[in-house]
Design a binder for this molecule. Structure first.
Ligand SMILES: Cc1cc2nc3c(=O)[nH]c(=O)nc-3n(C[C@H](O)[C@H](O)[C@H](O)COP(=O)(O)OP(=O)(O)OC[C@H]3O[C@@H](n4cnc5c(N)ncnc54)[C@H](O)[C@@H]3O)c2cc1C
Length: 593
């Protein structure tokens, strides 16, 4: 075992982690720990854009952006946070421009902007051009740009290190600690992939920036590595997760595969059609049609399929039609995603419409934080020194449904804020005691998983989890489907306890790490389903067929879910609490487009 000591440790080297590192490393001794090489983080897969009311192409302002974000999130957004994000968006884009990010330009040389779902002028009158982009490789450019700056600034990276535990001064798993006691972070425990060695990092401040958890589903746009590690690590230490029942299903995954075709395709003029060739979104969102927010478009697509207007031999997808666009325009603005259609489906987008169906895409929920990224351990109390930013966190700026291009924005705005706040805290805070045996719980867990002689395979349990989540907790949900998912998860947790990994070695044991990631996925799926079952209403990304309308009276509240170990068959139970939504300027209205 090796021990390290830093002022600030940042866990994750995607957009949020590296944006935080740029701020923190110039102010305090900082290390970044990442299970992937930084440039392999999922931020690099983001395609369509990052929005800010620059008004470079047409009239716009941050207040309209705030309104769109609040309405898009079906009023579950904390409005103070959305306002911060929309205001700071402009500097966030300009910061990246100054770092050298090659944005597409207008003929006058300004940063070009394009349309995206739910972004409108003057409170919903018409779509507005708000998303800044670099072809359909915006995330790739952001990640490379931030990495270059980190290298220039000599940021210290620990790559292919998996953080598997966080050490706090108090045990929060048995229930709340009195508000007057200061609970603080002492550091994290990590596993080095190359050697199998355990590393303990003591730190005054820790920032979690570990990204999303799309792998709880089978059909997903998310990379294999998006297993919600940071969320689950915090959860297991008694920290609640907020609004996890809200998962975004992106309308245009390649049918049968889930690989994403960016909403930019519709922003540039693409149209969704059913088997009758009808532009069906005209019926669901007469004003902004194909550019309605994702939850509405995904539901409309699933509904067309259910009502028998799906396409293909099994009538199980709809079509994204780009054939009316000029090939030169497609090549200039959507080169990568049209290549995906050719490579993975053998479809030529110049002349043929592309088969698409909703795919699990984005976790609106996560570790609850303040607008400075401080992690909440109850509705109001924070864990001193612990921060979270990016998709792992819930600020909450996305409420129950995130607007396209608001995530690349979120990671830049709140990554920066968390980096500044963590470094400021670390300059005055003490280093907290770390017990000698801080790594013992996770070492025991790893050894048990490795030592089981002949248990069930990890991949089989993961497949069964993903299948039940796709079947029972997807775009449409009911009490019956969610109860089925809940019961399946209990069974899967039992099976997981006696699972084994085939590779018993120490070096580069990815089999073992996938075993640990499956444990994270099971805990998170349990939280998603418990929150969804209790939320007897439909709002944003969460649609209950047995409660098809929004119920502000009972549910204009954030869910705060705690995982408590117990001796039930699954080994844990979920305790749910609720927290009011911060409303500043916009009173909830019915959401129409
Ligand atoms: C295909 C696709 C396209 C998208 N397109 C857009 C878009 O156009 N616009 C938009 O706004 N949003 C888009 N999104 C969403 C957006 O890209 C993500 O929400 C965002 O990039 C997440 O950034 P992040 O920094 O929080 O996490 P990531 O970029 O996912 O980074 C997570 C980091 O955490 C590290 N990590 C994870 N677990 C551990 C662990 N246990 N120990 C150590 N390190 C760990 C990883 O190594 C990685 O470095 C898209 C998402 C996908 C999947």
């Amino acid at each position: 075992m090796q021990t390290h000591q830093y002022d600030v440790v940042i866990v994750g080297a995607g957009g949020a982690g590296m944006r935080a590192a740029l701020e923190s490393s110039s102010r305090a001794r900082t290390a970044v720990i990442s299970k992937l090489y930084p440039t392999r983080s999922h931020t690099g897969a983001a395609q369509g854009g990052m929005c800010a009311a620059l008004a470079n192409v047409e009239e716009d302002n941050w207040e309209w952006h705030t309104f769109d974000t609040v309405k898009g999130g079906d009023y579950l957004v904390d409005q103070d946070a959305a306002e911060v994000m929309a205001k700071e968006a402009i500097d966030a884009v300009l910061d990246l421009e100054k770092m050298g990010l090659p944005f597409n330009r207008t003929p006058e040389g300004k940063i070009d902007q394009r349309r995206f779902g739910g972004h409108t002028r003057d409170h919903g009158k018409a779509p507005v051009r708000r998303s800044c982009y670099a072809a359909d490789r915006t995330g790739h450019m952001i990640l490379q740009t931030l990495y270059q700056q980190c290298v220039k600034q000599d940021v210290e990276f620990f790559n292919e290190f998996y953080v598997l535990d966080v050490v706090l001064t108090h045990d929060l798993t048995r229930g709340p600690v009195p508000a007057d006691e200061q609970v603080a972070v002492s550091g994290v425990v990590a596993y080095e992939l190359a050697t199998g060695e355990i590393h303990v990092f003591r730190a005054k401040a820790v920032v979690f920036a570990t990204g999303g958890a799309g792998k709880i589903y089978k059909t997903t746009s998310n990379a294999h590595t998006l297993t919600g590690d940071g969320m689950a690590v915090a959860l297991r230490r008694g920290i609640p997760l907020e609004d996890m029942e809200f998962f975004q299903f992106h309308p245009t995954g390649l049918a049968g595969l889930g690989i994403l075709l960016s909403e930019a395709a519709r922003g540039e003029g693409g149209i969704l059609r059913n088997s009758e060739g009808e532009r069906f979104m005209e019926r669901y969102a007469p004003t902004i049609k194909d550019l309605a927010p994702r939850d509405m478009v995904a539901r409309a697509m699933a509904n067309e399929v259910r009502e028998g207007r799906g396409c293909g031999p099994n009538k199980d997808y709809v079509l994204l039609d780009l054939t009316h666009l000029e090939p030169a325009h497609i090549d200039a603005k959507l080169p990568d995603i049209t290549e995906f259609a050719r490579t993975y489906l053998g479809v030529e987008p110049y002349t043929e419409p592309v088969p698409v169906y909703p795919t699990a895409h984005y976790a609106m929920g996560g570790i609850p934080t303040t607008i400075d990224g401080e992690v909440l351990r109850t509705n109001t109390d924070v864990v001193a020194g612990l921060y979270a930013a990016g998709e792992v966190a819930c600020v909450s700026v996305h409420g129950s449904n995130r607007l396209g291009t608001n995530s690349l924005l979120d990671i830049n705005v709140f990554g920066k804020r968390a980096g500044i706040a963590a470094a400021a805290y670390a300059t005055t805070a003490p280093l907290h005691e770390m017990p000698e045996d801080a790594s013992a719980p996770i070492v025991g867990y790893i050894e048990r998983l490795r030592d089981h002689a002949a248990g069930e395979r990890i991949a089989d349990i993961r497949r069964d989890l993903q299948e039940t989540m796709d079947r029972n907790a997807q775009v449409f949900r009911t009490a019956a489907s969610l109860e089925a998912a809940r019961d399946d998860i209990v069974e899967l947790k039992k099976r997981y306890r006696s699972a084994s990994v085939q590779d018993k070695g120490r070096r580069y044991n990815t089999d073992l790490m996938e075993g640990i990631e499956l444990g994270f996925l099971l805990d998170l799926a349990e939280i998603v389903v418990a929150g969804a079952l209790a939320r007897e209403e439909s709002r944003g990304g969460h649609f209950r067929e047995d409660f098809p309308t929004r119920d502000d009276e009972r549910f204009m509240l954030h869910t705060m879910a705690y995982l408590r170990p117990d001796d039930s068959p699954g080994g844990s139970r979920v305790d749910l609490d609720y927290k009011p939504v911060t409303v500043t300027r916009y009173q909830p209205m019915e959401r129409k487009y």
